[in-house]
Design a protein around this ligand. Sequence first.
Ligand code: RIB
Length: 311
Amino acid sequence: MARRPRVAVVGSANIDLTTFADRFPKPGETIFGQRFDLGFGGKGANQAVAARLCGADVFMVARVGSDLFGPATVENFQKLGIDTSHVKQVEGLSSGVAPIFVEPDGQNRILVVKGANDALNPADVDAAADMLKAADCIVLQFEIPLATVYYTIAFARKHEIRCILNPAPGQPVDMRELTGLDYFVPNESEAETITGIAVRNIDDAKRCAAKLVGDGIRRVIITLGSKGSLLAGRDLSQHVPAFPLKAIDSTGAGDAFIGSFAVFLAEGLPELEAVRRANLYAGLSTTGVGTQKSFYDRQRFDAQWAGRSGQ
Ligand code: RIB
C-alpha cells in the first residue's frame, strides 16, 4: 500500500465562539441571537483537521495559551491523531479566540484575537525542521507573524518541499518573499486586499490571478464561494465550478478547501482534479454548523464524490 501523504501545518489554533443571528446588531443596539456554538477553530488548525480527516498524517507547529483553551486544543488534535510534538503552550498569553457571527444565508463575519498564535517564531520552525523536511507539503496562513510565514516559505523552498499559502486574514504582503511559491490560495476579499483588484466575478478573478502570477507565484487558486474557484498559472487560467449545495454556515470552508487540496495533490491527483474535489469537500462543509465539526471524513467524502463527480 502506498504511504499516506504527510502534511505539516505551521499555523494558528483558535477557539471559535459562533453566534447565529437574523442580522448584525447596529452600534449601541442589543439584539437576541438564535443559537451559539463553541468549537475548535483557527485557520491552521482547521486546515490540519481537514487534511487529517482526508487521510493524511498531519503534523502541527503552533502555539496555544496558558488558559483552559490551550490544553483542550492540544487534546483535540491528539484525539484526531494529529502530531502535537511541536504545539507549545505559552505562559502569560491567552489562546487565540474568534467571535464569529453567522447570518441566515450562511454568510459569516469573523473577528480574531491572535493571542499565543502571535508568539509562533522562526525559532519554532527551526525546532521542527526534521519533521518539516519529511513532509510532502507545508501549509501556511496569516494568523501567525508574517516573519514566521516568510521564514517557512524560504525553508520550504530551500528543502524543495511543496508549500501552500492561504493569505488569510488578508493583509498587505511583501511579494518578493513569495517568489516561486507553489500555491497561493486567497478568497475574493483577500485577493483584493493583496492586489488592489476587486474580485466581483470570474473575469476579475482571472485578472487578479494574472497579476499574482506576474509577481512570481507559480500557481494561484482564488476561492470564489458558491462560484467555485479559479486555478491559474503561466500556462492556464481556468474556472472550476462549485457543486450545488445548500449552505447553512460557510465558516471554515476555505480551510476545508486547503486541507483537502493538500492531500489530494500529495496523493498524486492532477491539479484540476484536486481542485474539483477540494471544491466539493469545501462545499460539503458549508452544509453543517461550525468549522472542524462540519468537515467530512474520507469515507463520507468519497461517497459524496462517487455520487456527484459526474455533475
Ligand atoms: O477560517 C475560519 C477560521 O477563521 C475560524 O475557525 C476562526 O478561528 C478564524 O481563524
